[in-house]
Design a protein around this ligand. Structure first.
Ligand SMILES: [Mn+2]
Length: 259
């Protein structure tokens, strides 16, 4: 089976709008590119590891645009969405309710979706609290841990996270015993790191959110669960210079023939 893992879509923000593109259009375009394999029916499960929106109270237009996309996506494939530090605890209020196949994590939860066991923990400010929540979400065992944290050894330009130095940086001691794969958001340059017996995999953000991210490859991670579990980064295509596809207002139906 295939799992599409994306993260940090920060709908509603961009530090560097390009000519012909608005801030919102860049992030929605990146979203559409990121989930394209799922829309084509090529994956069995989609996992989003947090910072869906850029703010905990997103603009109404951003919520509407994403609601439309999530409904379409969840019609094709189950979707699990985790809350990041930007979403805070309000994420479930910013996403459509009652959509079959759309799972929005509240706090810490153990989910079984598409036959995969997921230990899901929304962002927490305290690594110790994260450890307790993760152990609860782990339950009797899970295939993947879903997180939105910095883990010991994660890097951003000019800085390395170290457990014990920052209150919310998670160390090996806080991982549930037996955890092998951690699918993680929060760190925008894509990277993977080893933490004891576990591998922490960050797909990174889908579009630039600050100038510090200039030049970084943006994309998602595709997981493959066959005899063994493997994963690979997927690059998003570069932003088309021509700008986003525009919706056109049709005043009279017969004008359709002219488009
Ligand atoms: Mn983020």
């Amino acid at each position: 089976m295939k799992i599409l893992h994306l993260s940090d879509t920060h709908i509603g923000r961009s530090a560097k709008p390009q000519p012909g593109w608005s801030v919102e259009e860049i992030h929605l375009w990146a979203w559409d590119q990121a989930v394209a394999p799922a829309m084509r029916g090529e994956v069995d499960l989609v996992l989003h590891t947090g910072d869906v929106f850029d703010r905990s109270r997103p603009p109404a237009a951003a919520m509407a645009a994403l609601a439309l996309r999530l409904r379409e996506l969840a019609r094709r494939v189950p979707v699990v969405v985790l809350g990041g530090n930007h979403d805070r605890a309000r994420l479930h209020r910013s996403l459509p309710m009652g959509v079959p196949n759309l799972y929005v994590v509240r706090g810490a939860q153990h989910l079984r979706v598409a036959g995969v066991r997921l230990a899901c923990v929304n962002y927490l400010r305290c690594a110790q609290a994260w450890g307790l929540a993760a152990t609860q979400a782990w339950g009797g065992g899970a295939d993947f841990v879903l997180a939105h944290q910095a883990f010991d050894g994660a890097r951003v330009p000019g800085f390395s996270f170290k457990a014990g130095r920052q209150r919310d940086t998670v160390g090996e001691a806080q991982l549930p015993v037996g955890a092998k794969w951690v699918l993680c958001g929060h760190i925008h340059p894509r990277q993977s790191l080893s933490l004891g017996a576990a591998q922490v995999v960050h797909p990174g953000s889908t579009a630039m959110t600050s100038m510090a991210e200039e030049g970084q490859a943006k994309g998602t991670v595709m997981w493959s669960l066959e005899r063994e579990i493997t994963w690979a980064y997927q690059d998003l295509p570069p932003l088309p210079a021509a700008g986003p596809p525009k919706l056109r207002v049709v005043e009279r139906p017969r004008q359709l023939a002219l488009i």
